[in-house]
Ligand binder design. Structure first.
Ligand code: SF4
Length: 94
């Protein structure tokens, strides 16, 4: 598999890790559309966008959230910020 096509946040991302166990088809769809679809796929992923803004993304944000990344980030700014951890920017709670 072409690693440039794979999102660099996969190791810390619950979506990629299969947290949606009850819906394997949905996980496969997310991986195909977002996680394993190169820069274009990542750019469309709401989790990726939020992590780029905030340095983390809570586990309850789906890749295809209808809320904008800016709106999600605005709601997170009142929360305590996690310590910076290189390569661990997809989430802070898992
Ligand atoms: S941040 Fe988005 S594109 Fe990256 S692994 Fe998670 S769900 Fe997939």
């Amino acid at each position: 598999m072409n690693t440039e096509k794979i999102c660099e946040k996969t190791s810390r991302c619950p979506i990629y890790s299969g947290v949606l166990q009850s819906n394997e088809m949905l996980t496969r769809t997310y991986k195909s559309l977002f996680c394993e679809n190169g820069a274009e796929g990542r750019a469309k992923c709401r989790r990726y966008q939020v992590a780029e803004i905030m340095g983390f993304c809570p586990p309850n944000i789906l890749p295809n959230s209808t809320r904008s990344a800016q709106d999600i980030a605005a709601g997170l700014k009142h929360l305590p910020q996690p310590a910076a951890q290189p390569g661990m920017s997809c989430s802070r709670s898992y």
